[in-house]
Design a protein around this ligand. Structure first.
Ligand SMILES: Cc1cc2nc3c(=O)[nH]c(=O)nc-3n(C[C@H](O)[C@H](O)[C@H](O)COP(=O)(O)O)c2cc1C
Length: 169
């Protein structure tokens, strides 16, 4: 699959088989994540790899839109390190670029994944930090459950000419 196809066919996948995702594939997704651009090349990200079933189940108790964790083989928590964010809040964009790369890489590797939002929902951030012993200066941005897809979804074509402005608004 080429890069454009991986982008255009990516969909949020929320149902997975019980086949484990190998450490090799997890590393490929992390490599893609860390290839993202970042403001002043600060790379203010950290990633927590969660496979433990009890932990995944615990998260569904405070995250109302993450029930797919019960089926996921692994979840990647993308976090921003405020100590490395010398660009005044750009960590959110940096870590979002890394997250999107994970989603695209998962699709290219034949896996299914979905972005589940953590930051800026205060109670999700607090609960996640407490559960995983995350230090004060690190903020979890999103959690990405991953597995081999059970469902297949047709690509969406969301190209919308009305949102494109030539030269001026
Ligand atoms: C910032 C953000 C937060 C999201 N949070 C959730 C979530 O908590 N749970 C979920 O199932 N999907 C979540 N999604 C996925 C969106 O629902 C999904 O991207 C959107 O419906 C478009 O569908 P598609 O990804 O299949 O194209 C989130 C996506 C983004 C970008």
């Amino acid at each position: 699959m080429d890069a454009l196809e991986a982008i255009l066919t990516r969909k949020s996948i929320r149902r997975y088989t019980s086949e484990p995702v190998s450490d090799e594939l997890i590393e490929k997704m992390l490599e893609a994540a860390m290839s993202a651009p970042s403001a002043a090349n600060e790379q203010p990200w950290h990633f927590i790899i969660i496979k433990d079933r009890e932990t995944l189940e615990h998260i569904t108790r405070f995250h109302p839109f993450a029930k797919m964790l019960l089926q996921a083989q692994v979840a990647i928590l993308v976090c921003g390190d405020l100590r490395l964010d010398r660009c005044d809040g750009y960590w959110v964009q940096d870590c979002s670029a890394a997250s999107q790369n994970i989603l695209i890489a998962a699709n290219a590797l034949g896996l299914g994944a979905v972005w589940t939002g953590i930051f800026p929902t205060e109670d999700r951030v607090v609960n996640m930090k407490k559960l995983l012993d995350i230090p004060d200066y690190v903020i979890p941005l999103c959690l990405i459950p991953v597995g081999y897809p059970v469902e297949s979804k047709a690509p969406s074509n969301r190209f919308n000419e009305a949102r494109v402005h030539n030269e001026r608004w």
